[in-house]
Design a protein around this ligand. Structure first.
Ligand SMILES: [Zn+2]
Length: 473
């Protein structure tokens, strides 16, 4: 969910330039065929990226960013006469495709590149882009997304369309790539990005941090935080567990230490229930600022100062963000219509953590969610909520209830087997609602069509599912 959410202002996604001539119109139509239904201006399905190498220089005072991107991509089934990268309002210094100068235009957040020679169908190609300017958030119905200048540093939380606020990308969740990110900034600041810190080199007054994220990563999940942090280790990595670090303003350390103390236990529980943690490490950042909601990124979650209180007041959100590493980040959605597969799963993980850590049971929490939904309009279809409702609370609660209904139908043993298989089969990949329905069917002894029809494709709220069987997970 976007860190700063605002009420939806309505209206369709930007319709783009209407001055296109014949050839461009044909291209636009071709692109629309596979474009994201909610954000047709973001992402270009005519090619895919398999690696981004970003070298950035950032000065917090003037909020000045300059960068070089080396993008390794592969053309789709048709020759690529032109392609689009999403990139915000920056000055473009240089663009190359396979070392040659292309023709390009940069308008409305879209860098449209026409290589000197079309890229052959299925061929690999490399794009180089230099850009610079003052990064600012991408406007959205949920407020600004992406790069945000803070009082003293910067933060990137892009879900769903904020990534072009700081780097050129094929901005669609299904186009997952590996990343190497190098950031040079004044040495007083710490840079936290998802992934493994390869090197940290200090020269004169600046430090260069190089992170590698080798797991396939959606553009919106590339997270970043630049600030003055103290770094602490959570749990005991000596036991062969997942390395977990916290990066916190020093004055919030006492509260943080209590609020995140049980995260290593969560990590253990979720590995038992969902399968092995999908990445090499996990980092959490608490910013000096407040955030409406915490935000997940690949191997990283970002919390606001308001999410630590020293009384575990936001522990369910600690569980929620951790669960996204499996559901949303490792197993990603093919397009934004399927967002309940991220949020419903993370919601249900909150309930599972509560149940297994001595809090209310999933059944009790499901009943509470159901009571809430009964009192609200029943016009939301999980399978395609519409752009306007993709972050609606009802989607989260009802999404959690779907998982609970499936658990009640399958029984605990088959349900958790099904969940682990889902994570394993689609690790690093992308999924849809239809794929999940057929996956569940393979673990069920009775047909689950009606369950999905009622809970996922229908709008009216079905009755609360019964108590799960007592068998151990
Ligand atoms: Zn979430």
């Amino acid at each position: 969910m976007p860190a700063h959410s605002e009420p939806e202002s309505g209206g369709p996604a930007g319709s783009g330039s209407s001055t296109a001539q014949g050839a461009q119109t044909a291209v636009a139509v071709q692109q629309t065929a596979g474009a994201d239904p909610y954000f047709p201006e973001h992402g270009d399905p005519r090619y895919r990226v398999h690696r981004y190498e970003l070298a950035l220089d950032y000065r917090p005072g003037p909020n000045r960013l300059s960068g070089t991107a080396r993008i390794n991509a592969i053309a789709g089934r048709a020759p690529l006469a032109e392609f689009v990268l999403n990139l915000g309002d920056f000055k473009i210094g240089r663009v190359r495709v396979d070392g040659r100068q292309p023709h390009y235009t940069h308008r409305g957040g879209r860098l449209r590149v026409r290589p000197a020679k079309p890229v052959r169908a299925g061929a690999a190609f490399t794009v180089e882009v230099h850009w610079s300017g003052n990064p600012k958030p991408v406007n959205s119905p949920w407020g600004g997304l992406g790069w945000e200048e803070l009082e003293d540093g910067a933060l990137v939380a892009s879900q769903p369309i904020g990534a072009p606020s700081w780097y050129p990308c094929n901005d669609r969740p299904a186009d997952k790539a590996s990343y190497q990110i190098s950031i040079t900034t004044p040495s007083a600041y710490a840079v936290v990005a998802g992934g493994r810190l390869l090197t940290r080199t200090t020269k004169a007054s600046t430090t260069t941090w190089v992170y590698e994220q080798s797991a396939p990563t959606s553009s919106y999940l590339v997270g970043l935080s630049i600030g003055k942090y103290q770094t602490v280790l959570l749990g005991d990595p000596g036991l062969g567990g997942v390395p977990q670090h916290g990066h916190i303003p020093a004055h919030l350390l006492p509260e943080f230490s209590r609020d995140f103390a049980r995260q290593p236990q969560m990590m253990e529980l979720f590995q038992e229930l969902f399968g092995p943690y999908p990445f090499d490490e996990y980092a959490v950042v608490v910013t000096e600022e407040e955030l409406d909601v915490p935000v997940e990124a690949q191997g990283l979650s970002l919390f606001g100062a308001n999410h630590v209180d020293g009384a575990r007041g936001s522990e369910r959100l600690v569980a929620h963000e951790l669960a996204h590493q499996w559901f949303g980040n490792s197993v990603s959605i093919a397009d934004w219509r399927h967002i309940w597969l991220n949020e419903g799963f993370a919601k249900y993980a909150e309930w599972l953590w509560s149940e297994r850590s001595g809090g209310r049971t999933a059944q009790q929490l499901a009943a509470a969610a159901h009571r809430l939904l009964v009192s609200l309009p029943q016009d939301l279809r999980l399978a395609d909520p519409g752009r306007k409702s993709m972050f609606d609370d009802r989607l989260y609660e009802r999404g959690g209830l779907v998982l609970h209904a499936v658990r009640c139908a399958l029984g605990d043993i088959a349900f958790f087997r099904m969940l682990r298989a889902w994570g394993q089969l689609h690790r690093g990949g992308t999924v849809t609602t239809a794929a999940f329905a057929s996956h569940v069917a393979r673990f069920a002894t009775e047909p689950v069509d009606e369950l999905f029809e009622a809970w996922v494709y229908g709008a009216a709220l079905p009755p609360l599912p019964g108590a799960p069987t007592r068998a151990a997970g």
